[in-house]
Write a protein that binds this ligand. Sequence first.
Ligand SMILES: [Zn+2]
Length: 269
Amino acid sequence: MDLIPPKTWNEITLISSFLADNFHNGRATDLLAICEDEELQVCLDDYDTYFDGMLVWDTSRFFIHLNIARGNIPVTNRGRFSLAHEIGHYFIDAHRLGIRSGKLPAHPSYSFLIHSDQMEREADFFAASLLMPAEKLRRLTGGRKFSLDIIKEVSTEFKVSLTAAAIRFAEVGTHGIMLVFSEGGVVKWIKRSSDFLKLRIKCEIGSAVPTTSVVGESFLKRNAKYTSVEKLDLEDWFYQGEWPVRWQLYEQCFYSDVYNYVISIVWFK
Ligand SMILES: [Zn+2]
């Protein structure tokens, strides 16, 4: 999110919040109503493993193709994120004009957690903003005790995957959290809220998760699944900083509903 140029960031935030305010069922953004309003036809088909979604210009109009072979129908959480991502390519000026003029070749989009490609990052940010507008999310979760239950509620209310809900909560939520994505005990990705304590973590991308963390223990004890909220010592995850930290550290793990990751949510209170 911080890697998106300010002008594009503003454009995405303005358009997505306008759309989310005008097209919704309860808290969930009505993506198909947006497509209908724009006369954007959504085509569902089996494209094997080729992509999740793709925005195509066919000389007179745009189409969005969704790959049902990868679970992308507009009523599933995964399909909603893919559709919102393609709607992003359509609404972000530079993407739409580029695809329409042929300067940007029609590109197949994959749902990934980590996109290094700028265009994909922007469309993902658009999708997260469209599906979970910051203000609506903060109104739902503000003033409440944090745990995975809050992320589950965001997922249910906004009809998004738990993983997408956790990532968005880390970006704009009402409690500072750190998310550590691991696979087979190896860290794949770390995301911290901007207001999470700036402590040095005892692992990095590609290294093992700390053995004293909940996810570390569950990996060592093979198949032991800890899913409840656990109290930890600061040093289970971090090196002591310059100043003593008086807050209690918590960790709760869940299993990604979109990828094969174990996701540790770490927070202080
Ligand atoms: Zn894309």
